[in-house]
Design a protein around this ligand. Structure first.
Ligand code: NCD
Length: 307
């Protein structure tokens, strides 16, 4: 494993599989009666979040704590960042406090990459702007493998606001590396210009794609990253690109419905679909802890047996 986890685009197949296999062992720890390992005792993990987050930040916190690391939660609000302190000064302060790993979320694409050039410890990208969110893609692949037994050869359909989605980008690269075939479905206005160079098929017709899909991954419309109107109305978006009960019924029997959260129920996904047996939304959250334990363990060179 390299020292940092910044993207899935530069994550090789062997390292990706190592994370997934290690996560499998970590999941067994989560299922055991004593859910804590001593492997990262004395190490410090800093959660450096410049953007709002519920599940990702807490997931990293739980993961680090299950490995017995000390965790410092640093959010931009209430810190000197709101007084105008730069990312570099913040990084150097954390460095001086002895952070072994910095988990960074930032609204600017590339911020964790800059951070990695300033600190001695490991940097984990927990979502940078519209660029990447590598641990989300790893937990998604882990969820597919646990439910369907493999990732290789699966037909995965990613639907919605691909333009602004770091989850989509990280998934596209990782799934290609792991041998899945990916189709992206979105209104033309919500596809990036460069999509033709991605290892994906593009479709504008969700109904045509669903019957041939093993995994459908729904994305939230990222209003906070939009400065203009990208579609006429929410109703219109939902009618064409939302996964309602009738649409979900056209999926093959074994197919999974995934969503990274937070969901906008009734917009990109109907409540009954989100809460159905084929939905993995809650499992994805649980699997996120195992995957982040694996990532921290591998990057920080944890000592001792896992199980
Ligand atoms: C995603 C994110 O922040 O990129 N959420 C997450 O990490 N679970 C997706 C989103 O915000 O829609």
């Amino acid at each position: 494993m390299k020292r940092h986890l910044l993207s899935t685009e530069d994550l090789g197949r062997d390292d990706a599989l190592l994370v997934l296999d290690t996560a499998e062992r970590m999941a067994r720890v989560a299922e055991a009666s004593v859910r804590k390992l001593p492997t990262l005792r004395g190490r410090t993990v800093v959660n450096l979040f410049f953007e709002d987050s519920t599940r990702t930040r807490t997931s990293f916190e739980v993961a680090a704590k299950r490995l017995s690391a000390d965790v410092i939660n640093f959010s931009a609000r209430g810190s000197s960042v709101s007084k105008g302190e730069s990312l570099k000064d913040t990084a150097q302060t954390l460095e001086a406090m002895g952070a072994d790993a910095v988990v960074c979320r930032h609204s600017a694409s590339g911020a964790p990459h800059r951070l990695a050039t300033w600190v001695r410890g490991s940097v984990v990208n927990a979502g940078d702007g519209t660029h990447e969110h590598p641990t989300q893609a790893l937990l998604d692949a882990f969820t597919m493998r646990r439910r369907l037994g493999r990732v290789d050869g699966l037909a995965v359909t990613i639907v919605g606001d691909v333009l602004h989605s770091r989850v989509a980008r990280s998934n596209v690269w990782l799934l290609a590396t792991l041998g899945a075939s990916v189709t992206v479905v979105a209104p033309p206005t919500l596809l990036p210009i460069g999509v033709s160079s991605w290892p994906v098929e593009v479709s504008y017709d969700l109904d045509a794609v669903l019957p041939k899909t093993d995994v459908v991954m729904m994305l939230r419309v990222q209003r906070e990253r939009m400065s203009a109107a990208f579609f006429p109305t929410e109703r219109e978006y939902s009618r064409r690109y939302g996964l309602d009960v009738d649409r979900a019924a056209t999926l093959p029997e074994h197919a999974l419905v995934m969503h990274p959260g937070p969901m906008v129920r009734g917009m990109e996904i109907a409540s009954r679909v989100a809460d159905s047996d084929r939905s993995t939304v809650v499992e994805q959250v649980a699997n996120g802890v195992s995957v982040r334990m694996a990532v921290l363990y591998l990057l920080l060179g944890g000592s001792g047996e896992v199980s």
